[in-house]
Design a protein around this ligand. Sequence first.
Ligand SMILES: [Zn+2]
Length: 139
Amino acid sequence: MHELSLVKHLLRLVDREAIAAGGGRVTRIRVLAGEFSGVEPDLLQSAFRIAAPATRAHDASLEIKVIPLEAECRGCGERTRVVDFRFVCARCGSNQIDVLSGEEFLLESITLLDEVDRGRHEFEGDRRGEPRPVRETSS
Ligand SMILES: [Zn+2]
């Protein structure tokens, strides 16, 4: 499965980015997958569910944004949305076109659960409970 090796690569990258950002658990991963990147979103999701449990992204959701395949004509400069892999200019019919987007597979962003921040919030919760009026009157 092509997607499984992609996902393993992606998860290594996510791990590195998460460490660089201060660590913690990853809650969301956003990737950009070009129409012509060879990545099938459904297969990518399946592969992610297989590979993620062993990593810090075990609870994370994977969001896949599909990037359309677009090309620019060398002759007339027209930007063409390539459909059915017909690499010709929509305006002049030239086949001398350069792909601009749609071949990429990129990590766009990750969202981290900030463990330090969460701890502080719990501490604030404890402090708010310090006066403990209920417990004082009952004892
Ligand atoms: Zn053209």
